[in-house]
Design a protein around this ligand. Sequence first.
Ligand SMILES: *Cc1c(COP(=O)(O)O)cnc(C)c1O
Length: 367
Amino acid sequence: MATQKGPGEATRTPIDLRSDTVTRPTPAMRRAMAEAEVGDDVFREDPTVRRLEELAARMLGKEAALFVPSGTMGNQVAVNVWTRPGQEVILEERSHIFNYEMGTMAAFSGVLPRPLRGPEGALDEGTVRAAIRPQVYYLTQTGLITLENTHNMAGGTIFPQDQAEAIGRLARERGIPIHLDGARIFNASVALAVEAASLARPFGSVMTCLSKGLGAPVGSVVAGPGDFIQDALRVRKRLGGGMRQAGVLAAAGLVALRDNVERLAEDHANARLLAERVAGIEGLRIDPRGVQTNIVIFTVEVDGFTAHDLAGRWKEEGVLALALDDARVRAVTHYDVDRRQVVSACDSLGRIVAGVRRAGREKGTGP
Ligand SMILES: *Cc1c(COP(=O)(O)O)cnc(C)c1O
């Protein structure tokens, strides 16, 4: 047996704050998966997949939806359906579609990203309007606008709905399709106490993830008009996303949408607690008021001690988090981490940073 050094080792399971994707299926999900009624979904004969798609479409306020293996595939299916090669896609420069989807829009759809900076990850109507190209034949054409809600790398920030509505009106006016990367739209929905369907209303299509805070082991959905989904079906198959007895996965997704949305509020409360505790640690910086949902990004301000060093030390104490760069650490709350574990993670964080600062001071006053 290991000697008990930190909270993680004391409980013997790491406190995993790297992402809400690490959530494991609940007992209810495992039961539903075991009992799922299935068929060949490439023939559209899997009743559980169809039920999931109907429920997702209803919750997102769209005509139809399609089950896809990942959020990346859902986004890239939408990019492919809405655009033609050579067009430009307006997006925020820290967005997932631009940074974490390996240039798929260029590689698969032949379109160019047009990254724009938005405060807190949120583009405003004026910025988007200025970036839309005039319809002159020798100019690159704007093929699509995408927004992200909540914004992952801006720290789980909620996209201001009036701005989304304004950009949606602009897009309709100009005849440009608009897609929402709503990987965590249900976090925004719960935080605002507004239906996800209302948040998705300005958008032609929306993607959301079942496998993050909602806890399903695999899967996302993309939703939109019926003819969009017909095209999306073809593009999904082309990308290798045609799945056969996928009802075993969709069954978990159904439980996720039915049972796990409201409880996201607990993750938000835990994230706020984490942020407040971090704000109280000398040598770390965060404005806890900026933490709106389940993502906490803080800055390490200790001489000679990087975010990577901190993540390494935290891991020794049984807490896992992601260093985003030399300065910033991201911690994400989810249902596999409870309030007690958040407190214990903060306690060890406080000890680590105080220890490093003390060692730095002693070195500084040395001979
Ligand atoms: C997680 C995530 C996705 C999809 O990621 P996959 O790992 O492909 O499921 C898309 N957008 C955002 C903002 C995300 O956080």
